[in-house]
Design a protein around this ligand. Structure first.
Ligand code: GLA
Length: 388
C-alpha cells in the first residue's frame, strides 16, 4: 500500500492504515431495524484505508477496486450531495463526523478491500468504518459512536434505511467468538461457538435489482405491523416487544402480508436466543435446525430469498457433514452461510461449488468465516493478509 500510495499521491509521508472487517450474520436476519437480536461474526475479509495529510485543502479518495479518484474541497465537504456511487460512503461518513464535531482535514485516501461487493458480507459497513477511522486519523471516538456515525451516513446520505448490525459488528468484532447484539440497548455479548464446526459463506455472485427497494418495503411493512399490534398491546414500540405467543393470538387480525412479515421477525428473534443457548451447550443439531428454520422463514414469510440462494441451501443440506444452512444479509442474492463439521469443510466446498456451477454456469465465491477482530489501525504491515 505504501508503494501504491506514493505512486498515486507523490508521497507516503505520515501514512497510516486503518482496517474494518466485513461480516457474516449467523442468525437474526431483518431483526436489527426492529430493535431485536442478531448474531454476526466479523470476517477476515476487510477494507483497508491508507491515509496521509495533504496541504492543498483537498480531500482525494482513490478506490483501487474502481480504479477511480474522487476529489473534494475539504471546506465544502459538508455541503456535498450524494453522487450515487461508491464515494457516497466515505463522503457520508465525513459529513456525519463533521456533525459530531470532528473537523475533516485535507488528506489523501487509498481504499483497498478484500470484501466482495454486493455479496451480503457488508462491504459498505467495512468501507464506512475504515473511512471513519481514516478521517479521525488517531483522534478517539467511542466505539459505539463510531458505529452510529457510520450507520447515520448510510441512512441519511446513501439513503439506505439499514439497522445497526453491520457497522456494529465491524467495530466490535471478536476473534474466535460470534457476537450477539441487542439492537435496542446496543449492548452485546460474545458467544462461544463449538470447536468442531465451522461456518462457510457461499456467494451466489448475483444481486437482484429488487434488493434496495424491497428492503425499504420490508422496513415499512414492519412499521405497519407495529401500528396494528399496538391496538391490542399498547406497550409495543417495535416488533422486538412482541412474544411469539402474543403474536399468534392476534395474527389473524392483521393484513396477511403484514402478518407474514411480522411472523418472521418475531420468530427470528426467538431463534436467535435459542441459537445462542444451543451454541453455548454445543447442541449442534438444534443449531443446524434453527438455521434452516430461519431460512424457510426468510424464504416463505419475509420473501427476501431468491432461486440461487434457495438452491445453495437445499443443495448444502444434502452434503455430508452439513448441519444447517441459510441465506445471510439483506437477501435477493449475496451469500448463504452454512454450518458444517470442521472435518467436512473441504468436501463441502468442493461439492457445493460443482453443483452451483453446473446449475447456473457461475463459479461461486467461497469464504471461510473465522471470527475476526473488529476495526483497528494496522500497525504491523506484515499482518495484512497476503492477497493484499
Ligand atoms: C442489511 C442491513 C442490515 C440488516 C440486514 C438484514 O445487511 O444493512 O442492517 O438489516 O440487511 O438482516
Amino acid at each position: 500500500m505504501i508503494d501504491r500510495f506514493r505512486a498515486l499521491f507523490g508521497t507516503a509521508e505520515g501514512m497510516r492504515v486503518f482496517r474494518a472487517p466485513g461480516r457474516v450474520n449467523i442468525i437474526g436476519e431483518h431483526t436489527d431495524y426492529n430493535l431485536g437480536f442478531v448474531m454476526p461474526v466479523a470476517l477476515q475479509l476487510a477494507t483497508y484505508v491508507a491515509t496521509a495529510p495533504s496541504s492543498d485543502g483537498k480531500l482525494r479518495i482513490y478506490s483501487e477496486h474502481r480504479r477511480e479518484m474522487r476529489e473534494f474541497e475539504v471546506m465544502r465537504i459538508g455541503a456535498e450531495l450524494p453522487a450515487h456511487q461508491w464515494s457516497d460512503y466515505p463522503v457520508g461518513v465525513a459529513q456525519q463526523l463533521l456533525r459530531a464535531g470532528f473537523g475533516i482535514q485535507p488528506g489523501n485516501l487509498l481504499i483497498r478491500s478484500t470484501v466482495p461487493e454486493g455479496s451480503g458480507l457488508s462491504s459498505s459497513a467495512a468501507l464506512e468504518v475504515s473511512s471513519a477511522l481514516a478521517f479521525l486519523n488517531g483522534r478517539s471516538l467511542e466505539p459505539l459512536e463510531l458505529a452510529r456515525v457510520c450507520q447515520r451516513a448510510e441512512r441519511n446520505f446513501v439513503g439506505m434505511p439499514c439497522g445497526i448490525m453491520d457497522q456494529y459488528i465491524s467495530v466490535f468484532g471478536r476473534q474466535n467468538s460470534a457476537v450477539e447484539i441487542d439492537c435496542r440497548s446496543l449492548e452485546h455479548r460474545d458467544v462461544r461457538l463449538p470447536s468442531d464446526i465451522t461456518f462457510v459463506a457461499v456467494n451466489t455472485m448475483v444481486k437482484h435489482a429488487l434488493a434496495g427497494s424491497a428492503y425499504k418495503e420490508r422496513v415499512q411493512e414492519c412499521a405497519a405491523a407495529v401500528e396494528d399490534l399496538k391496538v391490542r398491546f399498547p406497550n409495543v414500540a417495535s416488533l422486538r416487544d412482541v412474544t411469539v405467543e402474543q403474536f399468534e393470538s392476534v395474527a389473524h387480525l392483521l393484513p396477511p402480508v403484514v402478518a407474514r412479515r411480522a411472523h418472521h421477525v418475531v420468530t427470528e428473534d426467538d431463534r436467535v436466543e435459542r441459537f445462542v443457548e444451543a451454541s453455548e451447550r454445543a447442541d449442534l443439531d438444534l443449531m443446524g435446525k434453527l438455521l434452516v428454520e430461519s431460512h424457510r422463514s426468510l424464504q416463505n414469510d419475509y420473501e427476501v430469498s431468491c432461486a440461487e440462494l434457495d438452491f445453495l441451501v437445499d443443495t448444502a443440506l444434502g452434503i455430508d457433514g452439513v448441519l444447517g444452512s441459510r441465506m445471510t444479509g439483506g437477501g435477493f442474492g449475496g451469500c448463504t452461510v452454512t454450518m458444517v463439521r470442521a472435518d467436512s469443510a473441504a468436501h463441502f466446498r468442493e461439492r457445493i461449488a460443482a453443483a452451483y456451477e453446473e446449475k447456473f454456469q457461475v463459479v461461486p465465491g467461497i469464504y471461510s468465516c473465522e471470527p475476526s477482530p473488529g476495526a483497528n489501525e494496522v500497525k504491523k504491515f506484515e499482518t495484512i493478509p497476503p492477497e493484499l
